[in-house]
Design a protein around this ligand. Structure first.
Ligand SMILES: NC(=O)c1ccc[n+]([C@@H]2O[C@H](COP(=O)([O-])OP(=O)(O)OC[C@H]3O[C@@H](n4cnc5c(N)ncnc54)[C@H](O)[C@@H]3O)[C@@H](O)[C@H]2O)c1
Length: 356
């Protein structure tokens, strides 16, 4: 088991990464107090609920609430169900919410914990690769509104994060690979050595070998932890984590969030952002091919499909409040392992989009 300490303004918390952690009661037990509400989705609960409950101390007063799986259920209605259950349990300020699942459950249960009695403890038990390397660390919680994703939310740091890599074995292939895109992102923006390691271990990652997973999740968590510790509320450094996301979000919106997993859109977005960085003369020509090669090796999409309207993508990128009409803010690459936030002319983005 590997442990990373995450520092934040109000203190610090551990992120445990290892095998068999859901069943090891001592790790979980040390972070439980008061009444415990375990929130999960129906798919994850079928697979893993027993492992946890078998490990819970007999004296622990706990209850579970299972929600339907998927992004469409990250709603205020389901947040209300978590709150109602806490009320029914007569949970006090010393209660703990256990969030067992992917980013949807982590965000939703985390937001319920952030708001119940102005904040009770939450322990994150992430079960998707995306949640282990990204969503569960950093304290962003929230739910969707019909007017926008994650429109309602709060910063609320967890008590602990327990990432059991054994759970990644049952992940759907596309969900697993989408998570790998975020892993590659850390290498691309902050860590050339890690990027090279990913290149050398791509086969092992494709086979979901435990030793490769352990290292990939642990190093990724370390990067996320460093970034959020330096910049808890997303003013500077944390923005670098949006590498590939400006193009990616536009692509997700243009395809109505139905065609791509978030990580798949980010993979294509990272390639476009790297090509743009080359066009702008800040990244050595040819470097984007190294990124393409790794993403392809990990089974991720790297190209914009022909049927996507390039002008529409540009329009969607312009919609971001922070942009002026002629310049767009995004994360650019200076070399593998180093990125920066900057603005660039919309015409250059058009050129990259039409060439791709
Ligand atoms: N808070 C943050 O900082 C942050 C960062 C990135 C993403 N997010 C949020 O995360 C969400 C996406 O998270 P996600 O990709 O984990 O999606 P998800 O939670 O919807 O999980 C994807 C699917 O996998 C299933 N699943 C989960 N674990 C499984 C397992 N071990 N085996 C088999 N199936 C499993 C789930 O039931 C679900 O159907 C989005 O809502 C996004 O906004 C939050």
């Amino acid at each position: 088991m590997k442990v990373t300490e995450v520092s934040h303004a109000g203190g610090r918390y551990p992120v445990y990464v290892g095998q068999g952690l859901l069943a090891v009661s001592s790790v979980l037990q040390r972070h439980l107090e008061g009444r415990v509400l375990l929130v999960s989705d129906e798919i994850v609960a079928d697979l893993y609920l027993d492992r946890i409950t078998a490990g819970l101390d007999e004296n622990c007063r706990w209850r579970s609430l299972l929600l339907p799986a998927g992004e469409t259920h990250k709603t205020l209605e389901n947040w209300q169900r978590v709150i109602d259950t806490l009320v029914e349990m007569r949970a006090q300020r010393d209660a703990t919410v256990l969030a067992l699942g992917g980013g949807v459950i982590g965000d939703l249960a985390g937001f319920a914990a952030a708001s119940y009695m102005r904040g009770i403890r939450v322990v994150q038990l992430p079960t998707t690769l995306l949640a282990q390397v990204d969503a569960a660390v950093g304290g962003k919680t929230g739910v969707n509104h019909t007017a926008g994703k994650n429109l309602i939310g709060a910063f609320h740091q967890p008590e602990a994060v327990i990432a059991d890599i054994d759970t990644l074995i049952s992940l759907d292939d596309r969900d697993y690979r989408a998570g790998l895109a975020e892993v590659v992102k850390y290498g691309a923006i902050r860590d050339e050595r890690f990027f090279s390691w990913l290149e050398s271990r791509a086969e092992a990652l494709n086979a979901r070998m435990p030793d490769a997973l352990l290292e990939a999740v642990h190093v990724s968590v370390g990067h996320k932890a460093e970034v959020v510790a330096a910049d808890e509320r997303e003013a500077g450094q944390r923005a670098l984590l949006n590498f590939g996301h400006t193009f990616g979000h536009a692509l997700e919106t243009a395809t109505a969030y139905e065609r791509y997993r978030h990580g798949e859109a980010v993979a294509i977005g990272m390639v476009l952002a790297a090509r743009l960085s080359e066009l702008l003369g800040r990244l050595r020509v040819g470097t984007s091919e190294r990124l393409v090669h790794l993403l392809e090796h990990l089974g991720l999409p790297v190209a914009l499909p022909d049927d996507i309207d390039r002008e529409r993508l540009l329009e969607l990128m312009r919609l971001d409040k922070k942009n002026r009409a002629d310049r767009i803010r995004l994360i650019l690459l200076d070399e593998i392992g180093s990125a920066a936030i900057d603005t660039c002319p919309a015409d250059d983005i058009r050129e990259v989009l039409t060439r791709s």
